[in-house]
Design a protein around this ligand. Structure first.
Ligand code: PXG
Ligand code: PLP
Length: 441
């Protein structure tokens, strides 16, 4: 018997995001506290967090250093107007981010979520070409199975049909195919096959002409679409084709950035230099909403050079809460933890163990593919006839009942381990997953 029951009146008003509202309100899973790698639910149970919240709390929940930084900031400066005024924390954070991203990604624009980062990056790309005298370059290219948030631009380049179909036409876009190939099933880490799929970009260029294309946006490792690591050489090939055709390359690193792939960015890990890179989620370790769009020196300089008189705006874009003081303080503290505790290096050291334990589930009922990179992993389950997405939903619910939190997305179960998770905790999580697959077979 639950220690606390919730009434219909208590639960009714909140229209929950990306949630089966009717099911939740009939059987609520209320999280009331968190600590380290555990969530604590309304009945007082400690649940092992296999997704780092929603891929955002890699350093573990309720880190005292972040709590202290937020408290201090709130007592000093709760808010400073973001437009035409600044505060020191946002400048300090921009410099910090500049120091941890590769190459000439030198200018940081702040947003409040991954979705806002994507809109910002896409608008930057279009405006860049207009300012360079090529206003026809407006088309945006994404990928099937890509996820770039839920706002209109991000939906247009996104490749998850279920997220798009209700909302009609938005921005002109096109898509490369995903990189899942039958010969790569159950491969560990980066698949060897599939580099050639980047050549599809040449076909889209032939179809639309490079003079109409502003940017290609990809997640270096697909997250929400079911953890799809890039084939060896694929991102290099995309970079080469973009450069040869004057097309900007945007890496959406909302999940892949800041440790998850075993480096501060996937761009660094794979040694491919994008023109624009997005960060969110892990930026504040989930404590306060914040995102950052990092642009190349060339892009920033183009806006500055075309800016007109010095009182005029170079980029008419921004959010009330861009570079919010409390978010900036949380991010500075979170990045300090990430770097001083060498958490990306910990992910590199621990991911072979995770990979091995995850791939032990090969042969479990309904498992048709397993994919992993760094501290991200997915089990692809064969769909129930006529009920796509049912099986992962049931698995995730049963796991919650057993005291483990995993995520379901389309036909996959997804894991995004906290960077600080202990070996024994990884083992217990995957053992429970194996048992659950057998129980529900
Ligand atoms: N880009 C990428 C690559 C993302 O993964 C967004 C943009 C949008 O971020 P916001 O902050 O607007 O949600 C994301 C977010 C999941 C899951 O379980 C993934 C996301 C969000 C919620 C759940 O896979 N990704
Ligand atoms: N809608 C209205 C009516 C507003 O006044 C504003 C901001 O001033 C916005 C939307 C945008 O809000 P935000 O800057 O938080 O994205």
């Amino acid at each position: 018997m639950a220690a606390t029951q919730f009434t219909h009146e208590q639960l009714d008003a909140y229209w929950m995001p990306f949630t089966a509202n009717r099911q939740f309100k009939a059987d609520p899973r209320m999280v009331v506290a968190a600590e380290g790698v555990h969530l604590i639910d309304h009945t007082g149970r400690r649940v092992l967090d296999g997704v780092s919240g929603l891929w955002c709390c890699g350093a573990g929940h309720n880190r005292p250093e972040i709590v202290a930084a937020v408290q201090t900031q709130l007592k000093t400066l709760d808010y400073a107007p973001a437009f035409q005024f600044g505060h020191p924390g946002a400048f300090e954070l921009a410099n910090r981010i500049r120091s941890i991203v590769p190459g000439a990604l030198d200018y940081v624009f702040f947003a409040n979520s991954g979705s806002e980062c994507v809109e910002t990056a896409l608008k930057m790309a279009r405006a860049y070409w207009r300012l360079r005298g090529q206003p026809g370059k407006t088309r945006l290219i994404g990928r099937a199975r890509g996820y770039h948030g839920v706002n209109f631009g991000g939906l247009a380049v996104g490749g998850i049909a279920n997220n798009r179909k209700l909302f009609g036409q938005s921005v002109e876009s096109d898509h490369l195919s995903h990189t899942l190939l039958p010969q790569n099933t159950f491969c560990r880490g980066l698949p060897q096959q599939g580099r050639h799929l980047a050549e599809q970009l040449n076909e889209l260029i032939a179809l639309h002409d490079a003079s109409t294309i502003a940017a290609v946006i990809v997640e270096p490792v697909v997250g929400s679409g079911g953890v799809i690591p890039p084939p060896v050489g694929y991102l290099q090939q995309l970079r080469q084709i973009c450069s040869a055709n004057d097309i900007l390359l945007i890496f959406d690193e909302v999940i892949s950035g800041l440790g998850r792939c075993g480096a501060l960015t996937a761009a660094e890990r794979f040694d491919v230099q994008p023109d624009i890179l997005t960060l969110a989620k892990q930026l504040t370790n989930g404590a306060v909403p914040m995102g950052a769009v990092v642009a190349s020196r060339d892009i920033y300089q183009t806006f500055m050079d075309a800016g007109g008189a010095d009182y005029q705006l170079e980029f008419p874009h921004g959010y009330t809460y861009s570079g919010h003081p409390v978010a900036s303080a949380a991010a500075l503290a979170a990045l300090e933890i990430l770097v001083t505790e060498a958490l990306p290096q910990r992910v590199v050291a621990m991911s072979p163990h995770f990979e091995e334990a995850l791939h032990q589930l090969r042969g479990s009922p309904h498992v048709v593919d397993i994919r992993n990179y760094g501290f991200a992993g997915a089990l692809h389950l064969a769909p129930c006839p006529g009920e796509p997405a049912r099986r992962p939903f049931d698995v995730a619910l049963r796991m919650w009942e057993k005291g483990f939190y995993v995520r379901c997305g389309a036909d996959t179960i997804q894991l995004g381990l906290p960077f600080v998770m202990a070996t024994a905790q990884i083992d217990s999580l995957l053992a429970a997953l194996g048992e659950t697959l057998v129980e529900l077979a």
